[in-house]
Design a protein. Structure first.
Length: 277
């Protein structure tokens, strides 16, 4: 596996790599990330993964400084998974002037759902992903469905800006008890980890109700919020949206997604479930 630290090194590698599939990450890799790599291997001649903890997508008081950096373990996992190249730039390589004067500004969706609680987050995501796409020049890129809003914004960005990149969505990896795999799960205490699957159970209950024909979206959302709050969670949102656009869902729509974000102790967890009816 090639370890690449500079933009020029990536471009030199890219010239002889054939059809390239890209998996951008912030490191602290788990089985969900490795599922992205496995999907990528099926879709091209070479797979490149990036590890970069992007300051632009963290807000004040968030966990940029404490976010786990586990490079040695990550490298071993990626080598075992058959990754061809690993791009690990430092901040000065991607942001040589420290500040980023030109940013990619997503539309109104960036201020809804997670964006309402993390101002500027999706601007930071869209900007760094655009920079990485320009550096790597991939033919395709894999993103997990767990970050459903992020996936929607990146797909729209690629379409709107005519980027010649196939965006490949990959199903959310889950633990045996249903908890969505996340680098932040490691922040949970033992008791919080035992409680954490409640979020997914509530999403499943909403899915089952919707599939059975229930169109009382607000009631379903409120019941899930009440259950989580009763068990010590601080709920940011639980919302039923149109799956293809993330617009507010209307009664009778067939393709839906239920999205949620809530804090358990100090850990913010997000999850979603798609509904076809």
């Amino acid at each position: 596996m090639h370890i690449l630290h500079s933009i020029q090194a990536v471009r030199d590698w890219r010239r002889q790599a054939g059809r390239v599939v890209f998996v951008p990450t912030m490191g602290n890799l788990h089985d969900g990330h490795l599922a992205l790599v496995r999907e990528a291997r099926q879709r091209g001649d070479a797979v490149i993964v990036s590890i970069f903890v992007n300051r632009l997508q963290f807000g004040q008081g968030e966990d940029f400084d404490s976010y786990p950096r586990t490079f040695d373990a990550d490298r071993a996992k990626l080598e075992t998974a058959g990754v061809d190249a690993l791009f690990i730039p430092d901040e000065r390589e991607l942001y040589p002037r420290i500040r980023q004067d030109f940013n990619v500004e997503p539309p109104h969706l960036q201020n809804e759902l997670c964006g309402a609680f993390r101002p500027g987050h999706f601007r930071g995501v869209a900007t760094v992903v655009t920079k990485l796409f320009n550096i790597v020049q991939p033919d395709a890129a894999c993103f997990g469905k767990k970050d459903f809003q992020q996936l929607a914004i990146i797909r729209a960005m690629v379409s709107d800006l005519n980027m010649p990149i196939d965006i490949v969505p990959v199903d959310t990896g889950r633990a045996d008890d249903g908890l969505a795999l996340s680098s932040r799960n490691g922040y949970l205490s033992e008791a919080e980890r035992a409680e954490a699957p409640r979020l997914y159970r509530n999403l499943c209950q909403i899915r089952d109700a919707l599939t059975a024909g229930n169109n009382q979206y607000a009631d379903l959302e409120a019941a899930a919020c009440a259950d989580l709050t009763t068990h010590g969670w601080q709920v940011d949102y639980i919302e039923i949206r149109a799956a293809n656009t993330l617009d507010i869902a209307h009664a009778g729509e067939h393709q839906l997604v239920v999205l949620a974000a809530a804090r358990l102790g100090k850990t913010r967890l997000i999850d979603n479930i798609e509904v076809q009816r």
